[in-house]
Write a protein that binds this ligand. Structure first.
Ligand SMILES: [Zn+2]
Length: 251
């Protein structure tokens, strides 16, 4: 046996910072004598020459080339979709799943599992939070606003206090959905309250509706629990709504 044959070569962490390898190399799960290519999803011997050879193959280059060029370009779908487009789609779907069904802390482990199983997937809490707040939330808010349109709607209001003792107002809406062809009750928003009295709640609601793009004239009802400030608040808000409607009738 040649003398180098008896040394088992192992995966080396410093390859992950090597300019030639870092964009695609990852450790192979459960085998430290192998490395994995994230793009081709294959396992390779942890020999530097083997890795360099793999990096030079046409197949590998074809798989990782479009990703570098396409990231700044808007995503498309169909035949022209690139690896990065697929990756963005996966990230958006996973972020939507997390937002709907689980705690954001779960995404760290979920991301690691998906990366091992599918390759080329990495999204931890920070990125997932950014995707939810900066991409998904504005999209679904706009979709909801368009669906409510100029239809009459009712509000459900409830007041709460969070762990840092901030007063919050939760607003839900019920309306006849054009998209689904039925009545829908859904979450509309959470508003910070400067003061939790009737006037503060009323002002916060009116401001929120204005920012959301909903016309207060189309509001036909308010549902609240029995708290006294809500009873006064509902009267105050309905008075505002009536005044707006009256003004609209007079013009
Ligand atoms: Zn490869």
């Amino acid at each position: 046996m040649p003398k180098w044959g008896k040394y088992k070569k192992l995966y080396r962490k410093e390859w992950e910072t090597d300019p030639e390898l870092k964009s695609w190399i990852a450790p192979a799960p459960a085998d430290d004598s192998k490395a994995r290519c994230r793009y081709c999803n294959v396992e390779l011997r942890a020999h530097l020459n083997d890795l360099r050879e793999h990096g030079a193959t046409k197949k590998h280059k074809a798989r990782c080339q479009p990703s570098v060029k396409s990231f700044a370009v808007p995503t498309g779908s169909g035949a022209g979709a690139t690896i990065k487009d697929d990756q963005k789609r996966r990230e958006l779907r996973v972020a939507t799943y997390v937002a709907c069904h689980t705690s954001i802390n779960a995404v760290d482990d979920l991301s690691d599992i998906l990366q091992d199983e599918m390759g080329a997937f990495k999204m931890h809490r920070t990125k997932c939070t950014a995707v939810i707040t900066s991409v998904l939330a504005p999209h679904f808010r706009e979709e909801l606003r368009e669906d409510i349109g100029e239809s009459p709607y009712s509000l459900y209001l409830d007041e709460s206090t969070d762990v840092s003792v901030n007063k919050l107002l939760c607003i839900c809406v019920k309306y006849r959905s054009q998209k689904h062809g039925k009545f829908v009750s859904t979450y509309l928003g959470l508003v910070n309250l400067l003061s939790a009295d009737a006037c503060g709640i009323s002002d916060a609601t009116v401001t929120f509706l204005g920012e959301f793009g909903l016309d207060i004239k189309n509001m036909v009802g308010i549902a609240t629990d029995g708290a006294s400030e809500f009873a006064t608040h509902s009267t105050s808000l309905l008075t505002k709504q009536c005044n707006c409607s009256q003004a609209a009738w007079n013009t």
